[in-house]
Unconditional design. Structure first.
Ligand code: RFL
Ligand code: PHB
Length: 389
């Protein structure tokens, strides 16, 4: 088999790249380790920046997002039992869209299918070869047989645990990492959201987040211990813990119900540099991870794909390799700013027992400063709605 761009991974980065390249007449093949049902069963991001919405529009997958997505003009922040609002529209003139990553992935699969895009699921042992040559290729196994596709370029969109990043020689790759001493326990439930806007809650028992997918579907998270096991968290225990961390008026309004999905995610900051080696380009979680507190992961995957699709287009349309050569530097400038913001939001809002009572007072002082300073709120709002591409 032969193609122009071989794409590893059918998460949002791989599918969006595949669709954008197709629309520019660039042939591509997507190799995915999991089944489609598995990929579509993952519940992840929910907050989409306007830049990512624009890219989805360019990819012609905006119809459902525009119909079902909710425009959010601000977020709530609570601490010390009181809630405050950060008004994105007033502070930046911009806002975010609340729409699930699960739905974006579903919309992207539908778009690729309708254009007869090639997505190979259940591809085992996907391996990039010849990335330092002008003729790389990918091999994989499926149904007991080995397969190969020759390509001009390989896009590694295979997430944090993928094979792409590991294919870059150790003496070339530099990684930067911070692992946080807690995780997020997330629950999806068919209940009306307790707040109209996404609300971040700082509490001495730990952070809690109230989010949503629709008028009837809620998404909640509580900070949990890394030693916690999902079986120890019955629905009742989850709702009780969430309620304790919310200000009284929100806690009283909380409607509970059976969980549809429940999972624990560790929190990590991670960046790999460079994001390109030879003919292999990394995009999305394959190159960087942010803790979810800033809602940046999916949005960074989208901005990488924006740069990468343009770089490939320039090469195929005019033989210009300039944008490929600057791809890594361009992405990393934006990535590091999102890393900083996500780290800051995490540090501001979570409970860090090791920081002691002094650290707790400093956090409360910073939160108090934030919600009373237009300058500080503007800085948060500007980053939350997304820095320019
Ligand atoms: P993905 O989504 O992990 O997709 C990678 C795909 O590659 C496949 N794969 C392989 N395929 C072939 N061969 C291999 N060897 C392979 N290894 C892996 C995988 O099966 C998978 O299908 O990466 P991508 O496309 O870069 O997308 C990144 C986003 O998924 C991620 O950044 C976000 O979900 C992060 N995130 C959030 N981002 C936001 O922008 N806003 C949010 O509100 C937000 N909330 C979240 C989040 C992530 C969370 N978790 C669970 C980590 C909330 C949570 C709880
Ligand atoms: C979500 O709705 O899943 C969500 C919202 C905001 C975040 C993280 C996750 O910061």
């Amino acid at each position: 088999m032969k193609t122009q761009v071989g794409i590893i991974g059918s998460g949002p980065a791989g599918l969006l790249l595949s669709q954008l390249l197709h629309l520019r007449g660039i042939a591509n093949v997507v190799l995915e380790r999991q089944s489609r049902e598995y990929v579509l069963g993952r519940i992840r991001a929910g907050v989409i920046e306007p830049g990512a919405v624009e890219l989805l529009r360019e990819a012609r997958v905006h119809a459902w997002l525009e119909r079902e997505g909710q425009i959010h003009e601000g977020i709530g922040i609570s601490f010390g039992g009181r809630r405050h609002r950060i008004d994105f529209r007033a502070l930046t003139g911009s806002c975010v869209t609340v729409y699930g990553q699960t739905e974006i992935t579903r919309d992207l699969f539908a778009a690729r299918d309708s254009l007869s895009g090639v997505i190979i699921h259940d591809a085992e042992d996907v391996t990039p070869h010849g990335i330092e040559t002008d003729a790389p290729w990918l091999t994989w196994c499926k149904g007991g047989a080995s397969h190969r596709v020759d390509c001009d370029f390989i896009a590694g969109c295979d997430g944090f645990h993928g094979v792409s990043r590991r294919s870059i020689p150790a003496n070339v790759l530099r990684t930067f990492e911070k692992v946080y001493p807690f995780g997020w326990l997330g629950v999806l439930s068919r209940t009306p959201p307790v707040t109209r806007e996404v609300t971040y809650n700082h509490h001495e028992r730990g952070f809690a987040l109230c989010s949503m997918r629709s008028e009837t579907l809620s998404r909640y998270y509580v900070q949990c211990s890394l030693d916690d096991h999902i079986d120890e968290w019955s629905d009742d225990r989850f709702w009780e813990e969430l309620r304790r961390r919310l200000p009284g008026d929100i806690a009283r309004a909380l409607v509970t119900g059976p969980s549809i999905e429940k999972s624990i995610a560790p929190l990590r900051s991670f960046v790999a540099e460079p994001m390109r080696h030879g003919r292999l380009f990394l995009a999305g979680d394959a190159a960087h991870i942010v803790p979810p507190t800033g809602a940046k992961g999916l949005n960074l995957a989208a901005s990488d794909v924006h740069y990468l699709s343009r770089a490939f287009a320039a090469w195929y349309e005019s033989g210009d390799a300039g944008a490929m050569d600057t791809y890594s530097d361009h992405c990393l400038r934006r990535v590091w700013k999102a890393e900083r913001f996500s780290w800051w939001m995490t540090t501001l809002l979570h409970h860090f027992p090791e920081n002691g009572p002094f650290g707790e007072r400093i956090q409360l002082a910073e939160l108090d400063y934030l919600v009373n300073s237009r300058a500080a709120m503007t800085a948060l709002a500007e980053n939350y709605v997304g820095l320019p591409y």
